[in-house]
Design a protein around this ligand. Structure first.
Ligand code: ACO
Ligand code: ZN
Length: 164
């Protein structure tokens, strides 16, 4: 329930094993420890974890990129690319992912001057698509066969200004 308490804070290197476990538990896309630590080293302000019941229950990590806007055609912009987000099963539907996303998007804007946020999501991942739509993301492109098992991805994007 939304009233149960949790806290979102910055990732620290000693969170690494727990974050990797949560990622394994929740998603088929897994990464090396180098991958996590590299994102943390380069973009520490948009690598966040959520704590509840004295344990980590979720994380979000992002890469700051420069590219053409996915929302306003052909304009170069700084983008916050959400590489991965997950919340453990027992703690879902409490607003944890919403808070992780909002904090990452705000920090992306404040710390790295990003004006847009984007991500890829499996076309069949209804919970995640609902979460992103609630945060003003829209589907901008379908990437056919994007995932290892052949599933398509929606690229979804949102302007960051809407979340201040
Ligand atoms: N069914 C329908 N809508 C849902 C669901 C669901 N199972 N889960 C979330 N939503 C929508 C609802 O609108 C919800 O608001 P409500 O609870 O008031 O109705 C809204 O999203 C916000 O939900 P949160 O509580 O903030 O989301 P939660 O903390 O439960 O985390 C997440 C959502 C991250 C998708 C979680 O289900 C999860 O970890 N799933 C497995 C991993 C995953 O799919 N990660 C995303 C992959 S894409 C990527 O990483 C870029
Ligand atoms: Zn991606």
């Amino acid at each position: 329930m939304a009233c149960e308490s949790f806290k979102v804070r910055g990732f620290r290197s000693d969170d690494l094993n727990r974050v990797m476990e949560i990622n394994f538990e929740c998603l088929p896309e897994n990464y090396s420890s180098f991958f996590y630590l590299d994102l943390y080293r380069r973009f520490p302000k948009t690598f966040l974890v959520a704590e509840a019941d004295g344990d980590l229950q979720g994380y979000v990590m992002c890469r700051i990129e420069r590219g053409l806007s996915k929302l306003k055609s052909l304009r170069p912009v700084r983008q916050c690319h959400v590489v991965s987000i997950a919340v453990r099963g027992q703690h879902r539907r409490k607003g944890i992912a919403t808070k992780l996303m909002q904090t990452a998007m705000n920090n992306g804007k404040e710390e790295y001057n990003t004006s847009e946020c984007y991500l890829e999501v499996r076309v069949g991942n209804e919970p995640a698509i609902k979460l992103y739509e609630k945060l003003a993301f829209s589907k901008v492109k379908r990437n056919f066969g994007y995932y290892m098992d052949g599933e398509d991805a929606w690229v979804m994007a949102a302007p960051i200004d809407d979340h201040n």
